[in-house]
Design a protein around this ligand. Structure first.
Ligand SMILES: [Fe+2]
Length: 219
């Protein structure tokens, strides 16, 4: 008798569990979670970190002269493989200045270097997984379409290295590293709009970029 009761109940439970799983895995029912593709670190991760490594790349320490370029706020969330926000993630970005020079001894355009651009910044996420940087809209340098390099670390472990691109930039189609990304959701996930920031008086731009890690690290 107890078996008769148990079996239908269990069957119903399994059916419900299957439906729930289908909800989370069927594309289109919920926004699909695209794992952020890995991209090469490239040769220009700073070989000597700047004295200031905060999330404002426009101003080094208390300097009074800001860097050249189109002011841009880049922000987003760091999510784990389940789509949950990841706290205590260290988000690092680095990019060349408005004249195409990196914060690296081997950079090209060294003679034109913008000494007021920080070139590198860090942000540690809180419980919402959000990060924010104030920087410049990336520019092209010989051989590359504009991009911002990203690295995500947690507890000293490197979790992701990737690059962010400008949606609609004509250089993307000629860039070997961008073209290596699979056309469709993979490319789209790292190619975002740099749009005017609503209400901004000085023409500032904003770009939104979520980083979805393929791993679910232990808390
Ligand atoms: Fe680069």
């Amino acid at each position: 008798m107890s078996i008769h009761i148990f079996v239908p109940n269990r069957r119903r439970f399994l059916r419900q569990a299957a439906c729930t799983a289908a909800l989370f895995t069927t594309p289109g029912l919920f926004a699909e979670l695209i794992k952020t593709p890995k991209q090469t670190e490239g040769p220009f991760y700073p070989d000597k970190l700047p004295l200031d490594t905060d999330n404002d790349l426009l101003v080094i320490n208390d300097a009074s002269t800001p860097s050249l370029g189109d002011i841009t706020y880049v922000s987003g969330r760091v999510l784990d493989g389940r789509g949950d926000p990841l706290r205590n993630a260290v988000v690092e970005i680095w990019q060349c200045d408005n004249n195409g020079a990196y914060l690296h001894s081997g950079t090209s355009n060294k003679d034109k270097k913008d000494k007021n651009f920080q070139g590198f910044g860090r942000f540690v996420t809180g419980s919402s997984g959000e990060y924010l940087f104030r920087t410049i809209k990336p520019v092209a340098y010989p051989g590359r379409t504009p991009h911002i390099h990203y690295k995500v670390k947690r507890g000293g472990k490197e979790l992701l290295v990737t690059q962010l691109y400008i949606k609609g930039h004509p250089g993307n189609e000629k860039d070997g590293i961008w073209k290596n990304l699979k056309a469709g959701p993979e490319r789209d996930s790292v190619t975002v709009e740099f749009a005017p920031l609503k209400g901004a008086k000085a023409g500032e731009l904003a770009a939104q970029f979520d980083l979805v890690l393929g791993v679910t690290p232990a808390a």
